[in-house]
Ligand binder design. Structure first.
Ligand code: ADP
Ligand code: MN
Ligand code: MN
Ligand code: MN
Ligand code: MN
Length: 340
């Protein structure tokens, strides 16, 4: 791996230059392999909504999203965030991908998700996502681990403090602030059970906002980590052996569940979820079977279970929700690479 070094000191001067009233709009999209891509255009003025942004295009044959002979894929702006890297009035634009004939690109899950969210609008569905991820150095070794060796067994790392117990706290802090600045509804962070594994939470978000904010938080993480020379892995079981996998626990509620007596609606939803376990597992992330082993705080992939405060179940009802009798449920099955 060549030693590319990011030079924040030199860059600072240029980022402080006057931009002559122009706005930089960086379009961000999901590629054919679940990676994130971006390109930037100059605008004459700051848009107040996505409708004021142009539909743009890119070479889909370079991103595994179209064949070379018909390579134009279109970017339709979906959500605007502030750009924490360029600062000022510059923006990030999350965009959906469409084919030349107007149909959604095979990678565009947002198109269908939005339709479903619109159908159930009256229930005001809320999502709170717990995105776990693992950091690696450019040579592919878990970040901060002893060269050619292993850190001590799991135990002191989860929500840890102190040298040898936490890794890359500076990067994580930078990401947290970048999200807040951008307008991403990040609701918290914590160090995870495996060293160099972390979690951020997004939400509660209503409807399609859930995906928009999760993906922009992922994008900001990958961009911040790039500056540190660190790779982000969303793989659900990045390391074999006695190391926790990475999930994306999905906390969910409807208006009815959030009101007194809501436990009835929570239980009804769990019953419905139980009848479609396999269909849901099929879209909860690749390689999830490596993670959902029934060990390391997971329920086994082959069976559906639920319980109050049970971190070994498919669905957990948080203790405080059970005590109050309303609130939300936590689906613990989705993998960290869900939607990728
Ligand atoms: P855990 O104890 O499982 O680690 P976290 O604190 O990491 O829980 O995450 C809990 C998530 O639940 C947060 O992202 C929060 O936004 C979300 N949440 C809280 N209330 C609701 C609700 N009513 N509906 C959906 N999500 C919710
Ligand atoms: Mn070109
Ligand atoms: Mn959590
Ligand atoms: Mn966690
Ligand atoms: Mn959780």
């Amino acid at each position: 791996m060549s030693a590319y070094t990011y030079n924040p000191k030199l860059l600072e001067h240029y980022l402080n230059l006057d931009q002559g009233g122009k706005i930089q709009a960086e379009y961000v999209w999901i590629d054919g392999d679940g990676g994130l891509r971006n390109k930037t255009t100059t605008l004459d003025k700051l848009p107040t909504s996505v409708d004021e942004l142009r539909i743009w295009d890119f070479d889909g044959s370079s991103t595994n999203q179209a064949p070379g002979h018909d390579s134009d894929v279109y970017l339709r702006p979906a959500a605007i965030f502030k750009d924490p890297f360029r600062g000022g009035d510059n923006i990030l634009v999350l965009a959906e991908c469409y084919n030349n004939d107007g149909t959604p690109n095979r990678t565009n899950h947002r198109h269908f998700a939005k339709k479903n969210m619109d159908l159930v609008k009256e229930h005001a569905p809320w999502f709170g996502l717990e995105q776990e991820y693992t950091l690696f150095d450019v040579d592919g070794q878990p970040y901060g681990w002893p060269k050619g060796g292993f850190p001590g067994p799991q135990g002191p790392y989860y929500c840890g403090a102190g040298a040898g117990k936490v890794f890359a706290r500076d990067l994580i802090e930078a990401h947290y602030r970048a999200c807040l600045y951008a307008g991403v509804k990040i609701s918290g962070i914590n160090a995870e059970v495996m060293p160099s594994q972390w979690e951020f939470q997004v939400g509660p978000c209503e409807g399609i906002e859930m995906g928009d904010h999760l993906w922009m938080a992922r994008y900001l993480l990958v961009r911040v980590a790039e500056q540190w020379g660190v790779k982000v892995s969303f793989h659900p079981k990045p390391l074999q052996g006695d190391w926790n996998g990475a999930g994306c626990h999905t906390n969910y509620s409807t208006k009815e569940m959030r009101e007194p007596g809501g436990m009835k609606a929570i239980e009804a939803a769990i019953k419905k979820l139980s009848l479609r376990h396999n269909e849901h597992i099929a879209v909860y992330g690749e390689d999830n079977e490596l993670r959902l082993t029934g060990r390391h705080e997971t329920g086994h992939i082959g069976s559906f279970s639920s319980g109050v405060a049970n971190r070994g179940a498919s669905i957990r009802i948080p203790r405080h929700v059970a005590n109050k009798g309303y609130g939300y449920l936590e689906d613990r099955r989705p993998a960290s690479n869900i939607g990728v």
